[in-house]
Design a protein around this ligand. Sequence first.
Ligand code: NAD
Length: 234
Amino acid sequence: MNAIDPMNYEKIVFFTGAGMSAESGIPTYRGRGGVWKQYNWEEYACQDAFNDDPRKVLKFHELRRKAVLECEPHAGHHVIARLAKSHSGITVVTQNIDGMHQRAGNRNILELHGSLWRLRCPTHGIFEDIGETYERYRCEQCDAWLRPDIVWFGDSLDPEITRMSVISIAQCDLFVSIGTSGVVWPAAGYPEVARKNGAFCIEINPELNQMSHLYDESIRQTAGNALPLIFPEH
Ligand code: NAD
């Protein structure tokens, strides 16, 4: 694995999945200790569950928030945040909802699957809410239940976030995918978008997956080990 000088690239996309947060202590969904091995998503992570029992769904998401707040961003998150401060062409496209990139100090994040740290009123829009428990369960203006602004099972992705993500990926000359298994669509198609447009594509993942053949280089290490080695501080 060779070090990369980010200044040799005009536009860089870091594309992150659940494995990016694994070393912070946040479990991946499918792997060992995964959330959906313990909880039935049909009861906690879809619109029907929320319609049936919003309080139960909100309480479940409070548990998730508490678990995430007990974790800290790791060296890999800090490397990306450091690069974004010195290089204006960096975009992070993430499938994660945990807000770890932001907690490391990064701001330019496209969150494909929403965020644990926002709530949404069907009429009055989206509210940031960052405590361990939600400040309120109901909209102050219309009293509707506020739902987590997360893409649940059966939901569509936000078309504007998707559009901006695809544009960033199509325009980048370096694409670094970190900790994603390549099974959740449309995100699984993003390496192909980058590759078609001529970007140099790197994968950081300790395990091989069905998209690994699309990368110019696969680094079989964890995010926290690989990122500081690939992008050393000068
Ligand atoms: P996934 O669970 O399907 O796959 C995780 C991938 O990360 C695997 O390929 C695994 O080999 C790799 N990995 C594990 N540890 C790693 C490490 N230390 N460094 C680098 N790679 C590592 O995750 P996915 O592809 O992101 O898809 C799952 C979906 O679940 C996504 O849509 C995501 O939104 C959601 N999710 C989010 C979080 C979060 O917010 N932290 C956590 C779990 C799942």
